[in-house]
Design a protein around this ligand. Sequence first.
Ligand code: UDP
Length: 337
Amino acid sequence: MSVLVTGGAGYVGSHTVRALYEANEKVVVIDNLSTGFSAHLPEGVPLFIGDAGDENLVDGVIAQHDVDTIMHFAGSIVVPESMRDPLLYYRNNTMTTRSLLNAAVKRGIERFIFSSTAAVYGDPEQVPVPEHARTRPLSPYGSSKLMTEIILHDVASAYGMNYVVLRYFNVAGADPLARIGLATIGATHLLKIAVEAATGQRAKIDVFGTDYPTEDGSCIRDFVHVSDLAQAHRAALSYLRTGGASVTLNCGYGRGYSVLETIEAVRRVSGRNFAVSYAPRREGDIMTMVADASRIRATLDWTPQYDNIETIAAHALAWEEKLLREGSGNIQEAVSA
Ligand code: UDP
């Protein structure tokens, strides 16, 4: 039996493929390589280049590789892009999953693990935010993921499939051995920008908003190390295999760091005092987003290894330095920064 990982060449997908591979699982990947890298897959893991919504492709891969579980990472993840082009998001996220599930149901797939997001909550009424909080996404990205959650729930109930939905908080860091990491050109995430500044690819980093009613005035996020997140997927697989019921889980540590604290961590671990400038609030930003992590802790056999902002920053930095050394750094961004 194998696990089919869609989007397995992407950032979270490739870390999860590696975690599964290292746990001696049989893995097969479908990825259209629109943002992923085939070189980020361990040697010997079969890669089918194509869309997760291509039902013929999925059907063939399930049959050929004796797939009984699907982990579905493939999708689009840029919030501002989703505002400009919502139909792209409803196609790449919602419709693709509908097709994937159609193929899965026809082949009797028993387990499905889905990458969702804290963006389904919108601006939470309560922080830390529990899974039962009201879901009111503020972007087509969040809506496209929430719609997918609903579809998955209905399909699983109708066809006897079991699922785990993982709602990711702020994913950051890289493989501790710097074999893989976030390599997407033009990524806008805080830690990525901070390590680009620390490695001299950017002149400075802007802090978007220092007038929030938080301790230091900047926003607060729950950063989860990508390798811990990968292990959460592996734990979700074990949970379902041992008869666990369908469940939706926040995936964060349940602890927040401010934007300023995060930048300070990157300064400390890099030893480079790059420039930080205070900029206006970024439109659409939520002030504080921290997971209530009690359900994931109680449900999965998951012990995070890297629950520390300096460790996350150090791994992100080591990976960025490797990218630079290998000449695949973010040249475009450096020019325009
Ligand atoms: N942020 C910032 N400067 C940057 C990038 C991000 O101040 O160059 C802030 C952003 O305004 C937000 C936090 O960092 O408050 C996390 O942003 P990110 O885009 O990493 O993730 P989000 O929480 O928006 O999904």
